[in-house]
Design a protein around this ligand. Structure first.
Ligand code: GDP
Length: 481
């Protein structure tokens, strides 16, 4: 995936990181997941919980009373935008409480954790510090990394093959009709190029809509352009295979050049400057939205996760690798928004996630990385209750649906609290791919407003969550021993 020049640059960057952090070690934690999987909410809640330190009972260093404090520190790298933690927290905790703006591009934030080591030597040397560098980036960009090993013809073939899948066929029609109408040996024309590229982007965007909820939709910047919004670097589209000579000014040759430029100027720098330097990774998965959209969406999500996983440089670190080419030695897969289900279904949600990430996780384990799966809610927006229905007791969740949410033809106003029986997850994880499974159409998911404020005796705001402490323990607990 990377060439020797990239590897040299990565090694140099790693050495620089290590020199800069010789007195205070750092841990680079990547947070990724496809659009709206819950990255922004996760990072905001994670930082808030670590800084407040009053709501993470299963995070051992905190439970053992060894965390002295955590605070945000300036970023060492001025070129990367800072994660807007303060804005996001204020959105969640403001009077009209709303969810923060989602991830649109890469950003970073540094949290410095001061702690007392549990080892005997720690007792002598006194408190220590760890810089936790949290890197937030769209999972869509990872789906670009496999492009580095594909030429334009191969990528085009893949794109057309994917578009003939029954779940995509109809959505792809307008773009394919336009593409098929082009003369094979056409000369390049900018207006036509824009038209074709826009049609291809519209097809990708429609695939992503809630009702289809498809996931594997490269090139990632077409849906999540970040700072390349409106850039000509994104005006290309796949073309049917063409044999023979392609003159320099032909449509095909120009599209091919743009594709190669996208790889060199967009994909490769992201891989080299950010992605290849991560130590730990959490992959957030919105399993419930995919289940809600049906088996095709679940299958597509599984294939996107596998593709994402093939990009990780996983393995165990030793002194040499941690200086020159750091490897991801722990990956946590997290099914987010577990507060949409009663806790009695969480175990089932974890089993389904395990099933989705199965092969990819086994591959990472084989290379020496530790992996785990968890159902969590970074910010818990619901409580639990029961209702009697036709002589049966149903376990429900209670929350305030967001304004405009619709269920059974009723539109909610953002103020009314309701009790909802979300339905049951399929008993067998493998049946999530079954188009005739008995679970199809049974699940009900609504977007809820963030929870009403809960303040502690000291006046500090407490954000409720589900299993965020278990996630933190897995991701950084061993680094604070
Ligand atoms: P991103 O695109 O990955 O950054 O996704 P966000 O973090 O912005 O989350 C997208 C949406 O998912 C939010 O606006 C919320 O509606 C919802 N969401 C995220 N995390 C949670 C959670 O823990 N509980 C609930 N109920 N909803 C959540």
């Amino acid at each position: 995936m990377s060439n020797w020049a990239d590897e040299t640059r990565i090694a140099l960057d790693n050495v620089m990181d290590n020199v800069q952090n010789i007195f205070t070690p750092n841990l680079r934690l990547g947070v990724t997941g496809l659009s709206r999987s819950g990255k922004t909410v996760f990072i905001t809640s994670l930082i808030h919980q670590l800084v407040e330190g009053n709501n993470l009972p299963l995070f051992k260093p905190l439970a053992e009373g060894r965390i002295i404090g955590a605070k945000l520190s300036p970023l060492p790298n001025h070129a990367t935008p800072r994660f807007a933690f303060e804005d996001h927290l204020s959105a969640l905790t403001s009077k009209d409480r709303h969810w923060p703006k989602s991830t649109r591009q890469i950003s970073e934030v540094r949290l410095t954790i001061k702690y007392q080591s549990a080892s005997w030597i720690g007792g002598i040397t006194g408190p220590q510090e760890l810089h936790l560098d949290i890197v937030d980036y769209p999972g869509e960009w990872l789906l670009d990394l496999p492009l580095l090993s594909k030429n334009f013809a191969q990528w085009s073939t893949d794109a057309f093959e994917r578009a003939s899948d029954p779940a995509r066929r109809d959505i792809a029609k307008p773009w394919k009709t336009l593409s098929n109408a082009m003369a094979k040996d056409a000369q390049f024309d900018e207006t036509e190029a824009q038209k074709l590229s826009t049609a291809f982007k519209t097809y990708l965007a429609e695939c992503r809509e809630d009702e289809h909820a498809l996931s594997a939709l490269p090139p990632g910047r077409f849906l999540m352009p970040g700072d390349l919004e409106g850039s000509p670097a994104l005006s290309f589209a796949p073309l049917p295979p063409q044999a023979g000579n392609k003159p320099n000014n032909s449509f095909y040759a120009t599209m091919e050049r743009r594709y190669e430029a996208y790889k060199d100027l967009v994909v490769r720098p992201f891989f080299r400057d950010h992605f290849a330097r991560l130590d730990r990774q959490i992959v957030l998965v919105d399993t419930l939205s995919a289940l809600n959209a049906g088996p095709a969406a679940v299958k597509d999500l599984q294939s996107a996760i596998s593709e994402i996983l093939t990009c990780f440089r996983t393995g165990q670190n030793n002194i040499l690798t941690s200086w020159f080419s750091s490897k991801i030695d722990k990956i946590l897969f997290a099914s987010t928004k577990a507060d949409h289900l009663h806790h009695t279904s969480h175990n089932q949600l974890e089993l389904i996630l395990n099933h989705l990430v199965g092969n990819a996780a086994r591959d990472a384990q084989y290379k020496g990385a530790a992996t785990s799966s968890i159902a969590l809610s970074s910010v818990r927006a619901t409580r639990e209750g029961t209702v009697e229905h036709q002589g049966e007791t149903l376990e429900t969740i209670i929350g305030t649906p967001q304004k405009g949410e619709v269920l059974s033809k009723k539109t909610y106003n953002g103020k009314t609290e309701i009790a909802l029986f979300p339905g049951e997850l399929p008993a067998k994880p493998e049946s999530v791919f079954d188009a005739n499974g008995d679970h199809i159409g049974q699940l009900k998911f609504l977007r809820f407003r963030p929870p009403a404020p809960d303040t502690t005796e000291t006046g500090h705001f407490k954000l409720p969550h589900i299993r965020l402490d278990r996630a933190v323990q897995f991701l950084i607990g061993d680094k604070l021993k």
